[in-house]
Design a protein. Structure first.
Length: 324
């Protein structure tokens, strides 16, 4: 187990190193931040001095190795726009994005798993057919359109929910959180549901497929033959085996939810890292964009490692294969 864990950590470090090359080279291939950051009234000498001050006059390879050396010390550069450490800007906004993504994932689990269990146990019922048809809409409808419809219905017409902002927050472990206050929860519901809609459909369909696959298995029939209640059979045997692929998908979906929360944060004016990265892309603030992408890569790699560990705990066959 320790050897497997060390190999996985080594692979994760190689992935992060490879992504630094892709991200750094890719960003330096598009646009020139000097054209946006510096006014046209500067003369050529002043322009060259500004380029040298930002370190953009050095060869790309030298810039990369300088970036890599600083990154190993926790320094991902200084924002061209804010003149602050880029990693600090990201970490200040990241809790809001994490809160939004985690609440969206919780919504997907709380709604998707029970609905998927019902659809898998009673596939021929009208309700199950309606759920499966509705899940197609969750996959198909664009997130920005759903967000606008949610604002129009629940904020503008009904006046039940606020349409923007994060609301009141409360500090926990030195970080401000919205879910700790009633007003914050009120502001959190619409953007979290908009972000969760695709995930709910995904979890529903995965759970239903897993239930339909596990139900005919011999160990389920044997559990029923022993006289176990239907609830116990569903929870201890069917649901546990269904959760194995779900854990894998949900772990990676949390990473994608964090990465792709940009649209939801922009429409609902949610002050997270996604909105910051959108503004940084518009201004070609390279250090902030690189810092954000590297943080996302580390989150993805870490979640993937955690998913592999959970997979081993849930499925004894994986543990046996690793031990051989």
């Amino acid at each position: 187990m320790i050897g497997w864990l060390l190999r996985r950590i080594g692979q994760a470090m190689l992935v992060v190193l490879a992504m630094t090359v892709i991200v750094f080279v890719g960003l330096h291939a598009i646009g020139n931040p000097i054209d946006i950051l510096i006014g046209e009234d500067l003369n050529q000498q002043e322009r060259l001095e500004a380029i040298a001050h930002l370190g953009l006059d050095k060869p790309l390879l030298q810039q990369y190795f300088s970036f890599l050396q600083n990154a190993l010390q926790g320094d991902l550069g200084t924002s061209f726009v804010y003149n602050e450490p880029a990693i600090g800007l990201i970490l200040d906004r990241l809790p809001a994005t994490l809160e939004l993504a985690v609440v969206a994932l919780v919504m997907a689990i709380v709604l998707g798993v029970p609905l998927g269990l019902y659809a898998g146990m009673k596939p021929a019922s009208p309700v199950s057919k309606l759920l499966m048809s509705g899940s197609i809409l969750g996959f198909s409808l664009p997130a920005f359109w759903v967000a606008l419809m949610l604002i129009m219905v629940f904020s503008v017409q009904l006046g039940w929910m606020p349409s923007s902002g994060r609301g009141d927050t409360r500090s926990l472990f030195g970080i401000e959180w919205s879910f700790l206050t009633l007003d914050g929860l009120h502001h959190l519901i619409l953007p979290a549901f908009n972000l969760a809609l695709f995930k709910i459909s995904l979890v529903l369909r995965l759970t239903r497929a897993g239930v339909r696959e596990v139900m005919p298995q011999d160990f389920v029939k044997f559990a029923r033959a022993k006289g176990l209640s239907e609830t116990r059979v569903m929870i201890m045997h069917v649901l546990r085996n269904t959760m194995i692929p779900l854990v894998t998908v949900l772990g990676l979906e949390l990473g994608s939810t964090i990465a792709y929360a940009v649209v939801t944060e922009s429409i609902f004016a949610w002050p997270g890292a996604g909105k910051l990265i959108l503004d940084s892309i518009n201004s070609l603030d390279r250090p902030v964009v690189v810092a954000y992408l590297m943080v996302v890569v580390v989150i993805f790699v870490t979640l993937n490692l955690i998913v592999d560990l959970l997979y081993k705990l849930l499925d004894p066959r994986v543990r046996l294969e690793a031990a051989q």
